[in-house]
Design a protein around this ligand. Sequence first.
Ligand SMILES: [Zn+2]
Ligand SMILES: [Zn+2]
Length: 238
Amino acid sequence: MKPALFWSALLVLMLGLSYQPAGEEQHPPGPGRVLVVVPLGDPSPKLVENVAGSLKKRFNFQVLVNDGVPLPRSAWYLPRKRWRAEKLLDFLDTLELGENVWRVAGITEEPISTTKGKRYDWGIAGLATIGGRNSVFSSWLFKRWKAKHHQRYLRAMDNLVLHEVGHNLGLDHCPLKRCIMADAKGSARKAAMQSSNEFCPRCTEKLRVHLKDKKIRGKWSEKELAILRKTGWLPESD
Ligand SMILES: [Zn+2]
Ligand SMILES: [Zn+2]
């Protein structure tokens, strides 16, 4: 083999071996992966701190907080005076957040919405795609709890943040109402009230590589475990 041909063959081989999907295998699980929290439209620093705290407590990747960014006019939906969440997800892609960024979580106190079935503009608490890079969530739907029921407010935000980032980490909705990954079914407040703020055995298993505490947390009833078994998420003899 001629030297030039040899080197180009070697180069092709090396390129082939080093090819990896962006953001996944290039960062090994754990602190090599960075999630950046982006405050959108000036949310309270206390809320941002709580959101970052929820993620740090639960997950083993690095959580950093970026400088605040104004909400983009491109996401403004004038007829309902709120912000389109799917446009905010796109907007997060346009920000310069550094090379090491693996996941991005946008947090705002402003109302957000997206299309849900036949409703073009439906108010939501958060949005994220399964396995996607970006998530966005808003405290707007829980703000009535902020003053009088502050613990409930913080709990709802904790549940919301873990739910949306859970989607980005590959989780779909869970059949258990008390699991963080339960489908809110159009009512964010009701879902927050029903949640145990824990991942069920099925979701813990799916998330294990990202979790600090890899044990199943919370108490899950026989009835709930039976639901997981029926849908094939738990082995029969577990
Ligand atoms: Zn969801
Ligand atoms: Zn679950």
